[in-house]
Design a protein around this ligand. Structure first.
Ligand SMILES: [Zn+2]
Length: 293
């Protein structure tokens, strides 16, 4: 167990994408943020990730913010008004213009071409450099890719040793803005974290492999930026599958509508993390006392 007091005075954020309802994985994340707020005074900002303009919905946004209030999270009461990525298009454009032209290139690859590169691992593929070596001539539709430098990036991780990754070796390059003008999550989150002075990034272990590229994008923007990362375990369902906000059955919002209390819902979370937990319910204070990071 690391010393939590070293995080005192830091700023982190809760940045849900508003493309679905919150599930127990989000609740675990929120309870960790609440612990950091209550135990060490870490400041928690709320940012709505609505860069996916096709799938983001206003009703999800309202339900998410209402749940933060319903659970009584103290960090939320002290958090400034949430910012929304859809209001920040000009800021992302300015950031893109700051990256040296030798580090960005136009990409016209189709989704199916990229899928072939992924060898059935759609979540991660190594780009083959096609549009860098054969630049498209006057393309009507294109995305912008950032070409990573072939160097190791080193990040501070709170819960373990340093994270050392070479994003060029991992994936070669990454989309910053796609062919219909949507900003990538990876790009928007780095620009926003820099702008908001985030120096503690709390997130699930499923994205730990993207840490090097996060830091390198910040470097390419000309910013000396080195936040501390805290990667926490994920919550799985009874079939050992990652929870998804696509499934309404996992939605906390629906359990609330069915009349379940906050304590009963946190009890479900406790059971999925710890099979020896036999009680039906547990409150926020008891739960955060049980978290060891
Ligand atoms: Zn391409």
């Amino acid at each position: 167990m690391s010393d939590l007091s070293s995080l005192s005075g830091k700023t982190t954020r809760f940045a849900p994408s508003i493309t679905g309802y919150l599930h127990l994985g989000h609740l675990y994340h929120l309870l960790i943020l609440e612990k950091l707020y209550r135990d060490t005074g870490v400041k928690v900002l709320v940012r709505l990730e609505d860069h996916d303009t096709l799938r983001s919905r206003k009703d999800y946004e309202m339900v998410i913010l209402d749940l933060l209030d319903w659970f009584g999270f103290e960090f939320f009461k002290d958090s400034p008004e949430p910012i929304k990525q859809s209001d920040r298009n000009d800021i992302y454009e300015e950031a893109l213009a700051k990256i040296s032209t030798s580090s960005v290139f136009k990409c016209t690859c189709t989704r199916s071409r990229l899928k072939n590169l992924s060898q059935n691992k759609w979540y991660e593929y190594h780009y083959d450099g096609n549009c860098l070596e054969n630049p498209p001539v006057n393309p009507k539709e294109f995305g912008w890719r950032v070409l990573f430098d072939n160097r190791l990036m080193e990040a501070s991780e709170f819960t373990s040793d340093k994270i050392i990754q070479n994003p060029f070796q991992q994936i070669h390059s990454s989309i910053l803005k796609n062919h219909i003008g949507q900003w990538s999550y990876q790009f928007a989150v780095v620009v926003d974290d820099i702008a908001q002075g985030v120096d503690l990034v709390v997130r699930g272990k499923d994205v730990i492999h993207t840490t090097g590229r996060y830091l390198q994008i910040a470097n390419l923007l000309g910013v000396d930026f080195n936040p501390v990362f805290l990667h926490h375990p994920l919550v799985y369902d009874q079939n050992n599958q990652k929870l998804s906000k696509r499934f309404e059955s996992d939605a906390i919002h629906n359990w609330r509508l069915q009349g379940q209390t906050q304590e009963q819902i946190i009890g479900k979370l406790m059971k999925s993390l710890n099979s020896t937990f036999k009680d039906e319910s547990i409150n926020v204070k008891e739960f955060i006392a049980s978290i060891s990071l």
